[in-house]
Design a protein around this ligand. Structure first.
Ligand SMILES: NC(=O)c1ccc[n+]([C@@H]2O[C@H](COP(=O)([O-])OP(=O)(O)OC[C@H]3O[C@@H](n4cnc5c(N)ncnc54)[C@H](O)[C@@H]3O)[C@@H](O)[C@H]2O)c1
Length: 256
């Protein structure tokens, strides 16, 4: 408890899904948390619940991470409000429906890269001046698709691979400043994004069961299980870990 007391973290896409799982885990550790999300109303509902229970505090700001000016202003404002920034979790992302490369327009590719990858690059760029002062950390929520691929998801997988490569290059660049940069690569997590994807298929329940069975535990991860790995990467418990893609995949890539 209270491993992040007096410290602050910004979570992009923190209103729902994995981001909300991160917010819950860091709130339980006493953090000051800034949520940046398109869906500010859902973020505010989460913030109201967690501010009532403590020990952490949660503030919400509507922000489209694919708009660099919005993102810079929001990061600078939260850092000023909290008086410091100890961690940025670049989590906001989208997964378009399954499409072959011929069906994927270049406009869609551009949109996926801007939301999933350019926002990660820009968020890191804008957070670095604040993180230098605290020797803080950057955590990029990538995906196992970065290393395994995913059929009919070339734009998405490429955006997640770009996040992983950026993680390694930035870890080299920022190590001497005491800033650590890592990525988390989930396999399948039970989130609104996952359920929205299943809803596009003829039999959503059997699709969700099929996805759950990919993990050796026969279930998906909870958002909080990903949040706990992010907490590990944000604290001194991982002080010698940088530039890594931590595969939080429930054994799903074993026994091929
Ligand atoms: N769910 C999974 O199984 C899974 C697996 C691997 C990786 N991931 C990655 O985890 C991250 C979160 O996924 P999730 O499943 O929690 O998704 P989700 O759709 O359940 O939640 C995403 C959150 O991000 C917000 N968001 C989306 N676009 C935004 C934008 N342009 N600006 C600001 N906020 C925006 C949404 O409003 C939402 O609150 C994504 O980067 C995704 O690629 C998810």
């Amino acid at each position: 408890m209270n491993r992040f007391a007096g410290k602050s973290v910004i979570v992009t896409g923190g209103s729902k899904g994995i981001g909300a799982g991160c917010v819950r885990v860091f709130a339980a550790e006493g953090a000051h948390i800034g949520i940046l999300d398109l869906d500010a109303a859902a973020g505010q509902t989460l913030a109201d619940e967690l501010n009532a229970s403590g020990p952490g505090t949660v503030a919400v700001r509507k922000c489209d991470v694919s708009q660099p000016e919005d993102l810079k202003r929001a990061i600078d404002d939260f850092a000023a409000e909290f008086g410091r920034l100890d961690c940025l979790i670049n989590n906001a992302g989208i997964h378009p429906p399954a499409l072959s490369i011929e069906e994927t327009s270049l406009e869609l590719l551009d949109q996926v890269l801007r939301i999933n990858f350019v926002s990660t690059f820009a968020g890191a760029k804008f957070a670095v001046p604040h993180l230098r002062k605290t020797q803080g950390t950057i955590i990029n929520v990538s995906s196992m698709t970065a290393v395994l691929g995913q059929e009919n998801s070339s734009a998405y997988a490429a955006s997640k691979g770009a996040q992983l490569s950026l993680t390694k290059a930035l870890a080299l660049e920022l190590g001497r400043d005491g800033i650590r940069v890592n990525a988390v690569l989930p396999s399948n997590v039970d989130t609104p994004l996952m359920r929205e994807w299943a809803a596009t298929l003829p039999d959503p329940e059997s699709a969700l069961k099929r996805v759950a069975d990919l993990q050796v535990f026969g279930r998906m991860a909870s958002p909080e299980e990903i949040g706990k790995v992010c907490l590990f990467l944000a604290t001194d418990d991982s002080s010698f870990v940088t530039g890594q893609g931590i595969e939080v995949e429930g054994g799903s890539s074993l026994d091929y």
